[in-house]
Design a protein around this ligand. Structure first.
Ligand SMILES: [Fe+2]
Ligand SMILES: [Fe+2]
Length: 275
């Protein structure tokens, strides 16, 4: 399946950028429309929108995105990020627009592989005692220990190297990350935590679980990740967008800092086996 985090469509900004700018907001809508079509022709089994798809989720954006997903020939699964609700809609209204339960947590079955799609609009989402944490506990228990499970959320459970030290803005990790990691350690069949929000290609393996960050279409390196789930591991490949004239505008805006956003070759394309 293809991972498209942080598309950041701002419905009113809709003219293609012509000068260097880090985030290509004016191209965001066109890029998402175009890449849903191209991913369908690449025969991916599903597309995951990992939050901050709409920035914010206003009426025009919600109408556009719901019909785009309805018309897509490849199944699209969506979770909320922190930008959808900025100054506009409620979490519940966003989820209802996509036919999800008000809390937004759901299981996406792709080729019989379960993905626990977790709604994390804030860093305090999924704190122990919350309905979301209980949903996670109960849903983990529904699957036997021989079923490989995957979790998707907007926020991470750990600091990836690209946001350590001075780059840590305190906005990367769920506040309940420690408790969730403890919960997941009891379930070694949970293979990966697939996050958005920070869009430098990155992978960290901790306690036998893969933690993944993936690039976005609208900001350098202007790319997307495709993962193939096998019985014993995950194959990852990062694809740069074809529109390198657009990608170059973001890359130029970053200048010398671009190299920090590209991600290492091992973090982009890899085979990771859990057996
Ligand atoms: Fe974002
Ligand atoms: Fe975000």
């Amino acid at each position: 399946m293809a991972l498209l985090p942080d598309c950041h469509v701002q419905f009113k900004r809709d003219s293609l950028p012509v000068r260097p700018t880090k985030r290509l907001y004016g191209a965001a809508r066109w890029l998402l429309e175009t890449y849903l079509e191209r991913l369908a022709s690449m025969d991916v089994d599903a597309v995951f929108l990992l939050g901050d798809t709409l920035d914010p989720a206003d009426d025009a954006g919600l109408n556009w995105l719901t019909s785009l997903i309805d018309q897509s020939t490849v199944p699209v699964y969506i979770i909320i990020g922190n930008h959808e609700t900025y100054g506009w809609t409620s979490v519940e209204r966003f989820h209802r627009a996509f036919g999800l339960p008000d809390h937004g947590h759901h299981v996406a079955m792709v080729n019989e592989v379960p993905f626990l799609m977790l709604a994390t609009p804030d860093q305090d989402s999924l704190i122990p005692g919350s309905a979301g944490y209980r949903w996670l506990q109960e849903t983990l228990e529904e699957f036997d220990s021989s079923t490989d499970l995957f979790c998707c959320a907007h926020f991470s459970l750990l600091l990836h190297p690209c946001v350590e030290g001075s780059k840590n803005d305190g906005m990367q990790v769920l506040w309940s990350a420690g408790e969730i990691m403890s919960l997941l350690r009891e379930r070694p069949n949970v293979r990966a935590w697939i996050a958005g929000h920070k869009n430098v290609p990155s992978k960290v393996v901790r306690d036998g679980m893969l933690h993944l960050l993936s690039p976005q279409l609208i900001q350098a390196p202007c790319a997307f990740r495709v993962i193939d789930i096998h019985d014993d591991g995950i194959l990852s490949r990062v694809h740069d967008i074809e529109e390198q004239d657009l990608a170059r505008l973001s890359r130029l805006a970053y200048g010398a800092d671009y190299s920090e956003r590209h991600g290492t070759e091992e973090d982009r394309d890899f085979w990771w086996s859990w057996k």
